[in-house]
Design a protein around this ligand. Structure first.
Ligand code: SF4
Length: 378
């Protein structure tokens, strides 16, 4: 009887794609993929470490299975906790970081052999496998042909990040920025088209920084746009410090590209932006979105904002509100600052009191909701 696996995904689109890769690999290795945990023999948590809240949810759910299933902790939390994850919850059978997901079928095989009384290696330590060391993923894992959606596919163009924004755990858990070869990306999309896919979203922590020899992100967009059989192309996510005029022109000129841009601002205060190590000032950001709007007429603009970064004063918070008023985003994802162990920002002890954090969060949410509503009604 083939074992059933359920993969539960947390976090960003990159994780959604990683989960598809894991399902593709396991299907190829003979496992059945289950849409729920009901009747699943193996449960894989593909996790996110960007916010403490996301981690807490995973720990609570892992604990709820109480030894009834084989549990794998995969992704950013796996990389973050490594072997300590086994001490945190004895239910966990294996721990695999984001760079090592190609090894999951072999690891599960070992766990199953270790657990079977007739297995050739019934030692307890076989249940405690962890793999979090590789820095490069093998290209083959992107060609498994497993898509959750019939028409849409996520396509990873680069892995990791070298920006080291001071609040962010991604460079530590996903490693430095590595670009896939543009020919491999085009091949993957071509394969997806033969599976019936008509829409793709290109993924990277910072897609604007893409570079493969002479091919930068604007050129890659142009090559993807030219693939016949493809109807829509989108991408996620951009970083203001690497956004260029050529990139905006590509959004304007390429027929299959969605006329929208998600450009994370994070703060409207120059002192906080510097502490965040974002690499731009508020005036640079405003100039950039001004160029975007002049070039991509009527293009949508969305952003991310972090409220309550350590030491953020009321005045600095007001600067962020003022920038939000000026920028008039179509929508904004507004997050309360969440301290992540190991990051530079976590060393700044002066965090905002929870009630003040709530107050600022609500204030800016209300402000943005009003702007979004007004823009929608037009
Ligand atoms: S650009 Fe900054 S926020 Fe985004 S993944 Fe890289 S370090 Fe994190």
């Amino acid at each position: 009887m083939r074992k059933k696996v359920f993969v539960r995904t947390y976090g960003c689109q990159m994780n959604v794609r990683d989960s598809e890769v894991i399902c593709g690999l396991l299907q190829k290795a003979g496992y059945r993929i289950s849409a729920t945990d009901q009747g699943a023999d193996i449960i894989i948590f593909n996790t996110c470490s960007v916010r403490k809240h996301a981690e807490d949810r995973v720990w609570s759910l892992v604990g709820s299975y109480k030894g009834s299933k084989i549990i794998g902790l995969v992704g950013c939390m796996a990389q973050n906790y490594k072997e300590q994850a086994f001490a945190r919850d004895a239910n966990i059978s294996f721990v695999v970081g984001p760079q090592d997901i190609d090894k999951i079928p072999v690891i599960i095989e070992k766990v199953l052999r270790g657990q079977s009384p007739s297995g050739d290696n019934p030692l307890l330590f076989e249940r405690k496998l962890w793999e979090t060391d590789s820095s490069i993923r093998p290209e083959e894992i992107y060609h498994m042909g497993f898509y959750q959606d019939k028409e849409h596919a996520y396509v990873v163009i680069s892995e990791g990040c070298s920006n080291f924004c001071s609040y962010c755990v991604v460079p530590y858990v996903r490693g430095p920025l590595r670009h896939r070869k543009h020919k491999d990306i085009l091949t993957e999309i071509w394969e997806a088209i033969t599976h019936g896919i008509t829409k793709v979203t290109l993924l990277g922590q910072n897609v604007n920084a893409y570079q493969d020899n002479q091919v930068d992100f604007a050129k890659l967009l142009c090559q993807v746009n030219a693939l016949s059989g493809l109807k829509e192309v989108d991408f996620f996510t951009s970083n203001p410090k690497d956004a260029s005029i050529d990139f905006f022109k590509a959004i304007r000129d390429l027929g299959k590209l969605a006329k929208r841009l998600h450009l994370p601002l994070q703060s409207g205060s120059d002192r906080i932006l510097k502490l965040m190590n974002r690499g731009y000032a508020a005036k640079d950001y405003l100039a950039l979105i001004d160029s975007y709007r002049k070039i991509v007429k009527g293009g949508r603009l969305t952003t991310d904002i972090i409220v309550g970064f350590p030491t953020e004063t009321d005045e600095e918070f007001k600067e962020t509100c003022a920038l939000v008023k000026k920028a008039r985003f179509n929508a904004a994802y507004i997050f309360k600052y969440s301290s992540r162990p190991g990051t530079e920002a976590a060393k700044i002890v002066d965090e905002l009191k929870p009630n003040e954090l709530e107050k600022r969060h609500k204030k800016i949410l209300d402000l943005q909701r009003g702007i979004s509503k007004e823009l929608r009604s037009r």
